[in-house]
Design a protein around this ligand. Structure first.
Ligand code: FE2
Length: 350
């Protein structure tokens, strides 16, 4: 499927979703009454002083569809090749009916790996019949999933916080649910991807302030979610791509709810890690922020064109890896293609 028709399909489904109670099922638009500081996981470094996070994204799996087999092989190969300490799937886990069985089947290798894992749902994960809450509940029931239940008063399902400590708290990983899509009604209907809501930002700020008070300084953090922020578009003209493929324009929400401004104000989030745009896997440095795409981990149920060297008839899925070292600021990141080839090795110092 080409990107244009893909987007139209997404918007059409979203129009129905926006008018239905589906979105209300797993979040509200009201501000949280009391800060929920629950944490999905507190991790420490291994004996070698390292901690490895593997990002999967956009598996777009459909159970029983032979086109999906490539995604399943990719996930299994990535787990065996990277042997991470934590896996984060940044959404579009599934792409058709039966939706919950599709999610459970593509996540099964994670559940059987013994490695803890979490998801930040994508726009397609609740477009095939089941509510977002029901899909999320089924995923959470799998072994190894560390996502907590949806928080009262925080929009969406997969908003979670994960910490990594040495002698002290060194890194925080924020997972946001960037939801599905919204319909802007005016002289004409405008469909656009969803945005991070005010109460999600308030929830993030509560954690950020809490951690800063504990540590005595902003704690370096990475934010993981599916749909990139709209500031990435400006970054492509004003910033610098440090590595990776930039083979399609980003498709963020048209609505800017100010999450980046809050990251800057709090001074902790150093990198925004997303999926969503399947033909991008770059690291962009702009305005003291790293905008990082995962590597497409999916299959041919939907558009994807990346191979070993950019657009290629030989399409290769993969994953992105983040390596943290105890006591050291920043992190290493690279893309691992299915089969083991490493691309884009970078040391990011902030
Ligand atoms: Fe996707």
């Amino acid at each position: 499927m080409k990107r244009r028709s893909f987007l139209k399909g997404a918007a059409f489904v979203a129009a129905g979703a926006a008018a239905s109670p589906l979105l209300k099922a797993c979040g509200t638009t009201s501000a949280p009454k009391k800060a929920d500081l629950s944490v999905a996981g507190n991790f420490t470094y291994g004996p070698d002083g390292k901690f490895t996070v593997m990002q999967l994204t956009d598996t777009h799996y459909i159970a029983g569809d032979k086109r999906s087999e490539r995604a399943l092989r990719c996930v299994q190969d990535a787990l065996e090749g990277v042997k991470p300490d934590l896996v984060i799937h940044t959404g579009d886990i599934l792409f058709g009916k039966p939706d919950i069985p599709s999610a459970l089947e593509i996540l099964r290798p994670l559940a059987e790996s013994g490695i803890p894992w979490a998801v930040a749902l994508g726009n397609h994960d609740s477009q095939f019949g089941s509510t977002r809450e029901d899909v999320f509940r089924a995923i959470r029931a799998l072994p190894g999933c560390i996502n907590l239940p949806p928080k009262d008063g925080v929009y969406g399902c997969s908003n979670d916080v994960i910490t990594l400590s040495g002698n002290t708290l060194e890194h925080v990983f924020y997972l946001f649910d960037s939801m599905d899509a919204v319909v802007l009604k005016g002289e004409e209907e405008i469909h656009c991807y969803d945005y991070i809501r005010h109460n999600q930002i308030a929830w993030y700020r509560s954690h950020s302030e809490h951690f800063a008070a504990m540590a005595g300084h902003p704690v370096p953090s990475l934010a993981f979610f599916h749909i990139p922020l709209c500031e990435i578009q400006e970054g492509l003209t004003g910033g610098k791509i440090l590595a990776g493929n930039n083979c399609e324009p980003p498709c963020p929400s048209r609505l800017n709810s100010g999450l980046l401004a809050q990251f800057r104000e709090m001074g902790d989030v150093k990198a925004i890690v997303t999926g969503h745009d399947h033909d991008c896997d770059y690291v962009l440095d702009y305005g003291q922020m790293y905008y990082i795409y995962g590597r497409y981990s999916g299959c041919d149920t939907v558009y994807n064109h990346l191979g070993r060297d950019g657009i290629s008839p030989e399409k290769i899925s993969g994953c992105r890896v983040f390596e943290f070292t105890e006591g050291q600021p920043g992190f290493k990141t690279y893309v691992r293609l299915q089969g083991g080839e490493i691309q884009q090795p970078l040391v990011l110092s902030r």
